[in-house]
Design a protein around this ligand. Sequence first.
Ligand code: URA
Length: 209
Amino acid sequence: MKQVTVVDHPLVQHKLTQMRKRETSTAGFRRLLGEVSHLLCYEATRELPMTKETIETPLTDMEAPILAGKKLVFASVLRAGNGLLEGMLDLVPSARVAHIGLYRDPETLQPVEYYFKSPDDLSNRLTIVVDPMLATANSAIAAVDKLKERGAANLRFVCLLAAPEGIEKFSSAHPDVPIITASIDSHLNDHGYIVPGLGDAGDRMYGTK
Ligand code: URA
């Protein structure tokens, strides 16, 4: 898989534009995030290993394709990651889930961990980290560090928006982890927000602030 994949499908781009708009309601934002997460999940799982099983259709037997290997893991970076997680679980309901609680110290912009719960051994599982905004990349890097400590060796990072600065930093720290995003925006502002962006993804999803 490429280091960075931009999912430039018309439906993704149209929905992303609705999400960016200041006037989009909390309910609308959440619904759109769920819809976009389905399309991003489709892209992130494109290379899942397959096997065959013999099934009977009403007409005949056939060798039919099914997913192979151990259940994959979605790792949600709290709290905004949960908006992507829910949609991903719609498509892969049997996936295991890790939650990583990190908040950004507003002064230093460095991630501070307050929660980590994950399946014990992540080796031999595709682990898809979800966080809507790849901004400074500090949280994303810390999340992947933690997951690698648990044995994760086959990872993807899925976000809605990425800043060029975040992509560069993340890819230097974790060159083995492909990024799947709906857009690469212009830059980060002095507060670590993505410009033009969509504001604070967590606040927009949950109607806080
Ligand atoms: N986190 C957000 O929610 N928005 C940004 O623009 C950057 C980080």
